[in-house]
Design a protein around this ligand. Structure first.
Ligand SMILES: *Cc1c(COP(=O)(O)O)cnc(C)c1O
Length: 381
């Protein structure tokens, strides 16, 4: 099935008595059994809920996965994956990783006696050096955030599978619309559905998608045993958001491409980080493994005051953490989303501005950024 068709064509086997065209919100904790000894498919919403089931089926479809599971937040999804590890195991993850993931791995997962190693995931040799007999899991983001570094998923999967190590890809930045890591050899795909999948900044949710039945069984067990599954109402909101994933992302990405070109043409900008620019160091690799450059652009000005001024001056972008919303967002990761890990992330420039492009008119956004840049010159120089 074509991906546009998949977005609105539901294949779930959950039956609704009235054939509602919008999946009902089964806002219930419990379901009555048919008889004392015969439980129905659903009995308790922590273990399973029809609204969540339809959503999980839809997410599995989009990731070309056999199984998908949804959680309260993206971090809860990542935490569930780390529960696959036991004391003495070793996990490798990227330098340029989501701050909350770094906090979880270095403060809670490591406290369970699991070794953690942080490396530059774009360098295959760094993996070869970091892997030990205890290594069980590698967790990467590609493109990474906020530096938009690209890791070769297929090459890494091949290396890890030789050594029986599982590869998990946090695919939040692109969503399944633009990249499907399971198809490239990854074992586990994770999302913060709070971002593109929801798209409207109106819920938090997380996803784990896999093909391997044994991993699926364990994740299902962890989801139930730790009680972190997504509730019916946000599950319904997420189902609604997903229907327009393609429309939103195609529009946002086309605008992001215009903005990246615009910023590249400005002498006040030092460097633009965007995998859609042909001068990106891994432009070809990204083209090979993804269906588009995405909606997040980072850039530097060479001067922290200048960058702070631009962020403060914009009229059309909200100063906000996160990305993937219909509304354009601007942030200084060094001081905001990545403040807690900036010491670990030596490559993160203090003057780096991250833009998350929404659906506003590209010309309006360019004009807005232009007025920020020209005001910067008069005010600061
Ligand atoms: C936001 C984000 C997360 C965490 O997701 P929450 O829904 O905020 O818990 C994890 N990974 C990446 C790449 C993110 O951007």
């Amino acid at each position: 099935m074509n991906r546009w068709t998949k977005l609105v064509h539901q294949t779930s086997d959950v039956v609704d008595a009235y054939a509602a065209n919008s999946t009902p919100i089964y806002q219930t904790a419990t379901f009555a059994q048919a008889t004392l000894t015969n439980a129905n498919r659903f009995d308790y919403s922590r273990s399973g809920n029809p609204t969540r089931s339809v959503l999980e089926n839809q997410l599995a479809n989009l990731e070309s996965a056999q199984y998908a599971f949804t959680f309260n937040t993206g971090i809860a999804a990542i935490n569930a994956v780390t529960q696959l590890l036991n004391q003495g195991d070793h996990i490798i993850f990227g330098n340029d990783i989501y701050g909350g993931t770094h906090r979880l791995l270095t403060q809670l997962v490591s406290a369970r006696g699991i070794q953690t190693t942080q490396i530059d995931t774009t360098d295959i040799q760094a993996f070869k050096n970091a892997i030990t007999p205890a290594t069980k899991l590698v967790l990467i983001e590609t493109p990474s955030n906020p530096l938009l570094l690209i890791t070769d998923i297929q090459q890494l999967a091949d290396l890890l599978h030789e050594k029986k190590i599982k590869l998990a890809v946090d695919n939040t930045l692109l969503s399944p619309w633009l990249q499907q890591p399971l198809q490239l050899g990854a074992d586990i795909v994770i999302h913060s559905a709070t971002k593109h999948l929801a798209g409207h900044s109106d819920l938090t949710a997380g996803v784990v998608a896999v093909n391997d039945g044994q991993i699926a069984e364990k994740i299902a067990f962890i989801q139930n045993a730790t009680g972190c599954a997504l509730a019916p109402f946000p599950a319904w909101l997420l189902l609604r958001g997903i229907k327009t994933l393609g429309l939103r992302l195609e529009r946002q990405q086309a605008t992001a491409t215009i903005i990246a070109d615009f910023l590249s043409s400005k002498s006040a900008i030092k460097q633009v980080y965007y995998p859609g620019l042909s001068n990106h160091p891994n432009y070809d690799l990204h083209q090979k493994q993804a269906q588009g450059p995405g909606t997040v652009i980072s850039f530097t000005t060479g001067n922290i005051e200048k960058s702070q001024h631009i962020v403060a001056q914009t009229k059309l972008c909200k100063i906000s953490v996160s990305f993937g919303s219909l509304v354009s967002l601007i942030s200084l990761p060094y001081h905001m989303s990545h403040a807690s890990i900036r010491h670990a992330l030596q490559q993160l420039p203090e003057d780096l501005i991250r833009l998350s492009i929404g659906i506003k008119e590209p010309i309006d956004l360019c004009n807005d950024l232009d007025q920020c840049l020209s005001n910067t010159k008069t005010n600061l120089n």
